[in-house]
Design a protein around this ligand. Structure first.
Ligand code: UD1
Length: 372
């Protein structure tokens, strides 16, 4: 009889659904092969993201197994949100008693999952380990540092992430597997380009628009930064081409706040959050992408679309070294200047910094104990 390895996966926020989708799929494929062990995965959804477009839509579209546990934590101040997750996760882990807990990325769900497991002496596997912005004002940076510190298996997407861990003295259990977001991008891009009707629905053509996303707390919750970012969008959109901006609920809320009076002209089109396939399709045809998201920076790189990062640093310096990404920060004039500098025809072939699209297969082999 095959030996079974019991895993619990903890997710809660939009980008984690995409990452977990490809790993879950690799687990399914692994179990269909003639290995001596099989992996049994149980999914916990913390409920950090709960709007249909931010959560269930991803489960439906990416065929992610339904969570066995939904913790319905929803929004709240960071401490309270993380504490609620931790309390509920502890209860589930006590019941499930897995051999390993898998967490993804750097959200409050990641930290709560890792802490819950550590308190119960269950080893942790961290997918997307070793990333650093070296900005400790970001909640994500704290979540990453703490999660890496207590993980037994650290799945790193890039050489830089390995070096970051080494600098902190973390060398055991570290594996460079590549980026699971690349796996997802390669797996779903063809379907997205074939089936997504988003360009038609928005009446757009190849290279006729820019795509922009803003959701980071440091931008969305700071009126000065938000105003300055949206001023650059308005300026660039009236001069060049329409800007399409799918709005994260956090940003929508800030923009609705009349006191802030953010100037947005008619060339900047604010739309609802999009499904994964629609985002991939919109990214692939965009002239330029402007974003404060780590995921979107990499997707721009994978799609070979020049990118401007609306932050002062990035966890993905490779995208900048290659010339495909410029760190512009939030100031209008810096964003406009960066936009003028990026010319897609001058850019070199992007080096394969993020692996070969088989990170999830590598991860699953290691989880099964084949290559530890
Ligand atoms: C979280 C992650 C961030 C990640 C992002 C992806 C943390 C600290 N941050 O940020 O790293 O890049 O997810 O999207 O974990 N809201 C809704 N509906 C939802 C979800 C959120 O209305 O389905 C609103 C709520 O008002 C909430 C706010 O958005 O207060 C922020 O949500 P939260 O999940 O706390 O953080 P994100 O900004 O989404």
């Amino acid at each position: 009889m095959k030996k079974t390895v019991r895993l619990v996966t903890i997710v809660g926020a939009r980008p984690q659904f995409v990452k977990a989708a490809v790993v879950s799929r690799a687990i399914k494929n692994f179990n269909q092969q003639e290995y001596e062990c099989r992996l049994n995965e149980v999914l916990i959804h913390t409920g950090q993201h709960y709007d249909f477009n931010m959560s269930q839509a991803f489960f439906n579209q990416l065929d992610i197994p339904a969570p066995k546990y939904h913790l319905s934590v929803r929004s709240g101040p960071h401490g309270k949100q993380t504490a609620k997750m931790l309390t509920r996760i502890e209860g589930v882990l006590a019941k499930e008693r897995p051999e390993l807990v898998i967490v993804y990325g750097d959200t409050n769900s990641t930290l709560a999952g890792a802490l819950g497991a550590a308190k119960m002496k269950i080893p942790i596997a961290h997918v997307e380990a070793g990333l650093r912005s070296y900005n400790r004002h970001m909640p994500e940076e704290i979540n990453r540092i703490l999660t890496d510190r207590i993980s037994s298996l650290l799945f790193c997407p890039t050489e830089t992430s390995i070096l970051n861990l080494k600098t902190e003295g973390i060398i055991r259990g570290v594996h460079r597997v590549g980026d699971v977001m690349l796996d997802a991008f390669l797996a779903y891009r063809r379907v997205a380009l074939k089936t997504s009707g988003v360009l038609r629905a928005l009446n757009l053509e190849h290279l006729s628009y820019c795509l922009a996303t803003v959701h980071r707390q440091e931008n969305a919750d700071d009126p000065v930064r938000l105003r300055s970012i949206f001023s650059s969008f308005s300026e660039l959109a009236s001069e060049h081409c329409p800007f399409i901006v799918p709005l994260h609920p956090r940003t929508r809320k800030s923009l609705r706040d009349r006191k802030l009076s953010i100037p947005i002209n008619r060339h900047v089109r604010l739309i609802q959050p999009l499904s994964y396939l629609d985002v991939i399709a919109l990214e692939s045809h965009a002239k330029t992408i402007l974003t404060d998201s780590g995921g979107v920076q990499r997707e721009a790189y994978f799609a070979r679309v020049p990118c401007i990062t609306l932050r002062n640093e990035t966890e993905w310096p490779e995208t900048v070294e290659s010339g495909w990404n410029i760190i512009a920060g939030p100031k209008t004039e810096d964003i406009v200047r960066a936009f003028g500098k990026l010319n897609r025809t001058d850019l070199p072939e992007p080096p394969p910094y993020f692996g070969n699209g088989q990170a999830s297969e590598r991860i699953v082999e290691i989880l099964a104990g084949l290559n530890r």
